[in-house]
Design a protein around this ligand. Structure first.
Ligand SMILES: Cc1ncc(COP(=O)(O)O)c(C=O)c1O
Length: 381
């Protein structure tokens, strides 16, 4: 059980006297005080770089790899630090040895799952969208296509969809892929930090996430997981000094020894955002300390209130699947008078977004049952 009261008092003290009810982690996760403190400390050190020990910079990156790995059930050697999700998806699109054929994804995915793969046309790799059924991904059709077609070379899906909130069955899709030698790529940003995951137990080849939403970190921080067996077989598509073993020895950089790291650092091209990763580390540490399973249980109870409300109304269409296994932190619904309802939420200081014609609410660990009751009161008005 989460102690939300203590969490709010220590990490989100501003919530006590700010009228906002923040239900928009699916856009931007608010950084906890521990992360803000690290940002302040690092900014002060960054202003006087001689006061910033070089080892602290290396440690910030190493800790980020280790903590992101812990968050998703991977090893640090399988994690490359990235500025965002999309960069990791580009790695998948361009470094995986894809033969000419078809990549499948769901219609309705965030564009990061679409454009990097559409860009492969000149290599004879085409992206195909599996049509939605009742506005949601059609997993049966996807799995059937993987099993029956010979032209499918990869599948890319979001773990949790940004607009519908639909949670994909990664085990089911992944096993279908594995059985046919098809690469399986996952955009994890809308689930990472809000649902437990054990990548070593899943047939996922590449998993990318950014820390700025549910991971409560700063913009510009994220990671890509590359399954251990793939790490050394993938040729980095962007090549820089930081991918190479030589980059650890500043006394001999001009030896120009073309020898990639044997772990996922081979995909880290440039000087890292050490400061931002130090900040992200404070956020990840908090999530790990709270326990992602506890966070998930807390959020399930909060989102359940919105789901129950939407299902009780004949003039509201719930977009997100009601089954807890099929949703994470996002709940989307379409009321009869969407604009009026969005205006009411705004007037009541309820942070929300409208995505793809639906109102999207996305509570996180700091939200309370009382807040959700207040929001239901606004929706009901
Ligand atoms: C599913 C999904 N993927 C990716 C992104 C953003 O990607 P990036 O972190 O590369 O900006 C979003 C942001 O809304 C998203 O919802």
């Amino acid at each position: 059980m989460l102690d939300t009261r203590t969490l709010r008092a220590t990490q989100y003290a501003w919530m006590a006297d700010d009228p906002a009810i923040y239900l928009n982690a699916a856009s931007v996760g608010p950084m906890p005080q521990a992360a803000v403190d690290v940002a302040d400390r690092w900014s002060a050190m960054r202003a006087r770089p001689h006061a910033l020990p070089f080892q602290d910079m290396l440690d910030s990156a190493a800790t980020a790899r280790a903590q992101f790995a812990a968050l998703v059930g991977a090893d640090a050697e399988e994690i490359a630090l990235m500025p965002n999700t999309t960069y990791g998806l580009n790695l998948a699109a361009r470094a995986l040895p894809l033969r000419p054929g078809v990549i499948l994804t769901f219609d309705g995915e965030f564009p990061s799952c679409v454009y990097p793969f559409q860009a492969l046309g000149s290599r004879g790799v085409e992206l195909e969208l599996v049509p939605r059924v009742h506005g949601l991904p059609d997993e049966d059709t996807l799995v059937q296509a993987i099993a029956q077609r010979d032209d499918v070379v990869a599948v890319v899906v979001s773990w949790t969809q940004f607009a519908s909130g639909y949670v994909a069955d990664l085990a089911r899709i992944g096993h279908a892929c594995r059985a046919r030698g098809v690469f399986f790529i996952v955009d994890g940003i809308q689930g990472c930090g809000v649902r437990p995951i054990d990548l070593h137990a899943l047939p996922v080849d590449i998993f990318a996430s950014g820390a700025q939403k549910w991971q409560l970190g700063p913009w510009g921080t994220g990671f890509v997981y590359v399954r251990r067996e793939l790490v050394t077989t993938l040729q980095p598509f962007d090549v820089g000094w930081a991918c190479m073993k030589r980059s650890t020895d500043y006394t001999r950089l001009t030896d120009y020894e073309f020898d990639f790291f044997d772990d996922a650092r081979r995909f880290e091209v440039v000087t890292l955002a050490y400061q931002d990763f130090a900040v992200a580390n404070a956020s990840t540490a908090l999530l790990l300390e709270l326990g992602v399973a506890n966070v998930a249980a807390h959020i399930e109870a909060l989102t359940g209130r919105i789901v129950d409300w939407a299902q009780s109304r004949r003039d509201v269409r719930l977009v997100t699947p009601p089954e807890p296994a099929r949703r994470a932190g996002v709940v989307s619904f379409v009321p009869a008078a969407l604009d009026a309802m969005a205006a009411r939420l705004t007037a009541a200081h309820v942070s929300h977004t409208v995505r793809e014609g639906a109102i999207r609410l996305s509570p996180h660990v700091y939200n309370t049952a009382a807040e959700m009751d207040a929001v239901v009161g606004v929706l009901e008005r």
